[in-house]
Design a protein around this ligand. Sequence first.
Ligand SMILES: [Zn+2]
Length: 373
Amino acid sequence: MKTAFIYTNKYLKYTPPDNYPWSVRRAEATYNLCKRLGLLDHPWITVHQPSPLAQEALYNFHTKAYVSLLKEANDGHFKEEWLRYGLGTTECPVYKGVYEYNLLTAGATMDGAKLVKEGHVERAFNVCGGFHHAGKDFAAGFCYINDVVLAIKSLLSHYTRVMYVDIDAHHGDQVQQAFYSTDRVLTISFHQDPKTLFPFEGGDEKEAGRGKGRGYCINVPMAPGTGDDEFLWAFGEIFVPAAGAYKPGVVVAVTGVDGLATDPLSNLKLTTKAYTEAVEIICRYSPKLLVLGGGGYSLEHSSAAWTLLWATINGLGCSDEDMVSFGGAFWGDGICSLQSSPIFVSEKERKQTRNHLSRVVRRLKNEVLSLIK
Ligand SMILES: [Zn+2]
């Protein structure tokens, strides 16, 4: 098996406003941690330097009018009329280089798709990708260009069936929307119930696809406070049979780690255990796999979690002992443990979140999973 870690220091050239949560520093920190721990040194691993995407490639999803606005925004001067396209908000600010930055991150995801599609690697990882909220003509939720939709569209030229799995704390709304009426893409999103978190609508289990796409869209909304045991139970109940029935040629995964209990932007109570075990299962069901980072708003915890996910993608153990053996020399250098500390979830909260999730899972099993042929 060959794998590619996609990264360039050029990401660091672009500087969104101070305190902007989607920091390119997370990609840098993940790359540095992986490097320090020897997780990029194996003979089957390549570090791939991405190239910016050509403007024309954006038109496979985005409208020409929107792309031209985003291009104009590249000099950093805001125009009030752009607000209707979601540009210039606190979530999607206009700043110098905003267009170039998005061409580069989308290019990184598309390079990953290409490496997989052309058979150079079986698994590719772009930590600086997964902008699942960008619409065809608007920016939203830190996302300007939907690299996920672009990558899936390019994979559809080679594979009959693409499965998209999203374990970011937020609903993968615009990816779902883009493939809502087709059976060639199965979208599965596990997320905090949008009634309680951005994007504040949709993402419930009743949204299950339309027309030919009926049954090829699965949503697993989780109540605030959901912890590892409940999430992993639902993941096993839904993802495993769905992937087994669908038999995709390739899988695209958004592994936003903003569901970690330590994350400032969500209210889930997951730890790295939930993420590494879910990604291990995803790997098992993916003949080919493109993994994108997604959200994650604590620099330290996000980069630690993605480092563990990179180890998982490569079939390497990710216990603390394994990490010591990968890079023991660095262990005393400020890294205590990549694993999350255990999280306390009270019995009352556990019961509430479990009841909520049981209802969702039951409904999906009765009404949606059997539609996958
Ligand atoms: Zn998110």
